[in-house]
Design a protein around this ligand. Structure first.
Ligand code: SAM
Ligand code: SF4
Length: 357
């Protein structure tokens, strides 16, 4: 089957597959409800979704959640995808398998098992460098213990072969004005010391529970300015279809903590070349992170034992070919005209921990 393109001529390039909606943290900007949706996909169904997406042009698979390390079958899934990597008929094939995790469950053994199964990259989330900041941002009581776990996870991942110099180990941090914007420089210093690329993410209006308001967004441009006041930065730009604009610390080598990235999904949307398909743990396909709850397409009817082999790829191809969503750009246009982008009182967005970020 040929690669899929949508109504705005955007190719399908990335599959973000959520393995669980559950999480062991309670970050207030995300706020999972702790409930797993009924009817989780089986391993075979997940493999069928991945194969379909790869056939339609997806070259990158990102496993996420909730917290994906809560899923006991993670390593088995990654190992099973390797076979797919080799075959992917008539497509450019799967070039990378990545994982986004809060790192709390990443023991040395688990890191080695993930690497051994064929995982290429890990991005760990950490929103502060003090126990107090980490506790506030993760919604937990003991921030010191959590910080220690994530710092240890970075080293376990490195020891298992996830080389930050090759982009195989990165840090994500959500920055929320008034909550942890004082952590910007400390986080940048921590990433520089450990040789990691730090990806600073604007606080996004995903979900309905996180109390998002425009004033709580610190723009990516403002983040860069604050960091540039401390260290010299040169722009590297945003790669095609990427989410992050990257900057190089000109006092460092690029492969040794020499890169800073910012994800400006609110202040400078990148819908124009978005190539991401999202599939939830219970098999619902969404083509936009800011989609309304219940607006996704349930893939499960096409993932039954008696479904034709190409049924799910046909359905995803149809979904992608009808796609025209560009929610974040529309939000900006609506702001420019002084109108809200969604009807007042409507549950605007599906929840982040369900969609998988
Ligand atoms: N639990 C894993 C983690 O935290 O890395 C994976 C799932 S989490 C939903 C994926 C990413 O989304 C994380 O880096 C998290 O910080 C980010 N995220 C969650 N809610 C967000 C929000 N409201 N705005 C911006 N980023 C958010
Ligand atoms: Fe859990 Fe990740 Fe959401 Fe934090 S951002 S609550 S770690 S799913």
């Amino acid at each position: 089957m040929a690669s899929a393109t949508d109504q705005l001529n955007r190719p399908l390039g990335v599959l973000r597959l959520s393995l669980t909606a559950r999480c062991n943290l309670a970050c207030p900007y995300c706020l999972p409800d702790g409930v797993e949706p009924p009817g989780l996909l089986t391993l075979a169904q997940r493999l069928a979704v991945i194969e379909a997406a790869v056939t339609l042009g997806a070259h990158s698979l990102r496993l996420t959640g909730g917290e994906p390390l809560l899923h006991g079958g993670l390593e088995e899934l990654i190992a099973a995808v390797q076979a797919l990597r080799a075959r992917a008929p008539g497509s450019p094939g799967l070039r990378e398998i990545a994982l986004t995790s809060n790192g709390t469950l990443l023991s040395p053994e688990r890191a080695r098992a993930l690497r051994g199964a064929g995982l290429d990259r890990i991005t760990l989330s950490l929103d502060g460098t003090t126990g107090a900041a980490v506790a506030r941002m993760a919604g937990v009581g003991n921030g010191d213990a959590l910080l220690a776990k994530v710092l240890a996870a970075i080293e376990h991942a490195r020891a298992a072969g996830f080389d930050p110099g090759r982009g195989a180990l990165k840090l994500n941090a959500v920055i929320q004005r008034g909550a942890n914007d004082d952590q910007l420089l400390p986080l940048a210093a921590l990433a520089r010391e450990r040789g990691l690329e730090l990806r600073l993410i604007e606080f996004m209006d995903v979900g309905n529970r996180n109390g998002w308001r425009p004033e709580a967004v610190l723009s990516a441009a403002a983040m860069v300015e604050r960091i540039r006041a401390r260290w010299p930065l040169e722009p590297l730009g945003r790669s095609a279809h990427g989410t992050a604009s990257r900057w190089r610390y000109s006092d460092r080598e690029p492969d040794g903590g020499g890169v800073l990235a910012v994800v400006a999904s609110v202040s400078a949307p990148f819908c124009g070349d978005c190539n991401r398909l999202r599939v939830t743990a219970d098999g619902i396909a969404y083509t936009c992170l800011f989609a309304a709850p219940g607006s996704g397409l349930d893939l499960r009817p096409w993932l039954q034992p008696d479904s034709p082999a190409d049924a799910v790829s046909r359905v995803i191809a149809g979904l992608w070919s009808r796609r025209s969503d560009r929610w974040s750009e529309e939000r900006q246009e609506a702001w420019a005209h002084g109108t809200p982008p969604a009807p007042a009182g409507a549950p605007a967005h599906a929840e982040m921990a369900y969609l998988g970020g």
